[in-house]
Design a protein. Structure first.
Length: 632
């Protein structure tokens, strides 16, 4: 128990540090030139940022922007309630004569300027670049980016801004149609019909396994044999026809057109040979392992009976899903706080970097907006603008390491939650198997009892097993990162070695998952530690290797067709429903007319898959548990 306890303490300490130093507002809200957040506080109702001269953001044209590494634009940035969406032009004669409040909009001026009370005339304001119009003609402004920044188009003239506006409108209309279709279909079909049908189909399939499980298994086995036999016949007929025509691979040579290989006899000959080998292996398996197949059928029927006595086990994946969501949410919140832990930094930037009075200002001088006095730099007009967040502190210098540790904690927590579910279900199904009189001796709340028992006695073993799996997964992630870095390298030896290591650790991860799964079953049955349980499970499986292979493949075949039945049935039904091909008299049950019906169909299909996956994962765990109990 000490290892998971210490790890939990470290993760909690990390989250406390992130909460103390972090500020998620940095990632949610944009800032103006003074560093104030837009959309909250004193700028409530002003969620957008307006850049007065977007050309100053281009590092190749602006020296100050290049000095700031492109992290900020040396131009005033103002919080505004909405972005301008119209063309407007101010003739020079109007700028020289009219009052400032008659020309510019107060919402597009810096907070230090009040157009009503200012003593400056319009021309002075224009020269000082504090209003919203550095050039006499301003192009269209539009909203871009998830941080609600208002950016003027870089193109000159009227055509580019107009087309940009049209593109935005088209995008918004298309996205709105998709979301509208999804919203309407969600309210009408998704929660009450589509997923409910998937739930019912999953239960019906499990009920069929209990009643006619043996018949279904034999039907599937014979169906696979017949399908393979037909494939052999079809390949032979295609081969004979092409052989008579003399269509060989020499006629087409090497080509990147994959479809061209279907017109040569060698392709069909190779496919026929492969199918013959597969058919022969299946026939030999059926001939020599029929006893093991009968045992697998009996275990499948018994697993259906066990789930029938403990229907609550089918809904345990919901708890696993909730715990996984909590783990991901904890990781995401902690990562966000860690990423926003730096204090804001400010730099002095001239308003007109081409002015000879501003030659000595390079954009590298720090400042504080609370104490900044622009008059000390006269005659150069300067601003103290936000630059970036500090990354030089002790805590900030170790942000990468802390993020890595946080990610490792995420992997460990996910593997722990999955292992917890496997151990709980194994304990519940083991109590069914070892009950002398069924259903009298089966605990009334077998799943709840197994959950409490697992939390009380087996947390350390589960944490240790999930840690081993996490280490293997981390090694695989490192190898994938190295492979990504070596893509442009010409070292073929290193690439070959890396490819072999990736393959080996992929196999190792699969083996560790398989061993852990059976170790948790032994832990739930006997209550011993992880190492002893893993050793006993491995030795037990090796003594019954043939039975393991047959049971695993037969169960996989059954569950595959079960998922195909549920997902395919719900997908076809939702297609006919959303396309209006199902005649329904009552209007409240009809599907609304949708512009894009494929999106709600895809949503229903994905939801049906997760429901089927949850149900059949419980069934698979039941079969594995009963098998180990049977082997004992």
């Amino acid at each position: 128990m000490r290892a998971p306890f210490i790890t939990s303490i470290i993760l909690c300490f990390l989250s406390i540090l992130a909460w103390l130093y972090g500020d998620p507002r940095q990632a949610i809200y944009p800032r103006n030139s003074t560093g104030a957040y837009c959309g909250i506080g004193e700028n409530r109702g002003k969620p957008f940022v307006f850049y007065l001269n977007i050309m100053k953001c281009v590092t190749s044209f602006n020296v100050i922007s290049a000095a700031m590494s492109g992290l900020q634009c040396p131009t005033p940035q103002i919080c505004v309630p909405s972005c301008p969406s119209k063309f407007w032009a101010v003739p020079p004669q109007i700028i020289r004569k009219d009052k400032p409040e008659d020309i510019w909009d107060q919402t597009l001026c810096q907070p230090t300027i009040n157009l009503t009370t200012t003593s400056l005339v319009s021309w002075h304001l224009f020269l000082r670049q504090v209003s919203s119009s550095p050039p006499p003609i301003s192009p269209l402004r539009k909203r871009t980016g998830h941080k609600k920044r208002s950016l003027p188009d870089l193109a000159c003239g009227a055509s580019s801004p107009i087309w940009g506006w049209l593109d935005e409108c088209i995008f918004q209309q298309t996205l709105g149609d998709h979301l509208c279709a999804l919203t309407l279909s969600y309210l009408v079909f998704l929660p009450s019909r589509g997923l409910l049908i998937a739930l019912v189909l999953s239960l019906v399939f499990l009920l069929l396994l209990r009643c006619i499980g043996g018949v279904l298994v034999w039907i599937l086995i014979v169906g696979v044999l017949v399908a393979a036999a037909y494939g052999i016949y079809h390949c032979y007929m295609e081969y004979r026809e092409l052989d008579q025509k003399g269509a060989t691979i020499k006629n087409i040579g090497f080509t990147t057109d994959v479809g061209a290989y279907r017109s040569v006899k060698e392709t069909w000959l190779a496919a026929m040979i492969i199918l013959c080998v597969v058919e022969g292996i299946m026939l030999l398996t059926l001939l020599f392992l029929r006893k093991q197949i009968l045992i697998a059928i009996a275990l499948i029927k018994e697993a259906s009976r066990a789930i029938g006595y403990m229907m609550s086990s089918l809904f345990y994946p919901l708890l696993t899903f909730v715990l996984l969501v909590i783990c991901v949410a904890y990781w995401g919140i902690t990562a966000l706080y860690l990423a926003t832990s730096g204090a804001p930094l400010y730099r002095i930037a001239p308003k007109n970097d081409s002015s000879p009075d501003c030659i000595g200002i390079s954009g590298n001088e720090s400042c504080s907006p609370m104490t900044f006095n622009a008059s000390t730099y006269w005659p150069c007009l300067v601003d103290c603008i936000f630059f970036k967040y500090n990354d030089q502190g002790l805590f900030q210098r170790n942000l990468f390491n802390l993020q890595i540790y946080n990610f490792v904690g995420l992997l460990w927590c996910i593997n722990f939650v999955i292992a917890l579910g496997q151990c709980v279900l194994a304990g519940a199904f083991a109590s069914y198997y070892w009950a002398f009189k069924k259903p009298q001796d089966i605990p009334a709340c077998a799943v709840c009892n197994a959950f409490v028992r697992t939390l009380r006695y087996h947390i350390g073993s589960i944490a240790f097993g999930s840690l081993i799996l996490t280490i293997v997964q981390l090694i695989r992630i490192v190898l994938e990162y190295m492979d990504h870095k070596l893509k442009g390298s010409g070292n073929k030896v290193a690439k070959c070695l890396l490819c072999c290591m990736k393959c080996c650790f992929w196999c190792l991860e699969k083996f560790v998952k398989f061993l852990n799964r059976n170790a948790y079953i032994m832990i739930a049955i006997y209550g011993k530690n992880f190492c002893v349980s893993a050793k006993n499970a491995f030795m037990l499986l090796m003594r019954n290797a043939a039975r393991v292979v047959v049971l695993d493949k037969v169960t996989d075949l059954l569950l595959f067709f079960g998922k195909l039945l549920v997902v395919g049935g719900v997908g076809i039904l939702s297609f006919f429903f959303f396309t209006g091909r199902i005649p329904i008299d009552k209007p409240e049950f009809k599907s609304p007319v949708l512009n894009y019906y494929w999106l709600p169909i895809l949503t229903v299909v994905v939801g049906a898959y997760f429901i089927a996956q949850g149900f059949f994962s419980v069934y698979n765990m039941c079969v594995d548990t009963l098998f180990l109990c049977f082997c004992e």
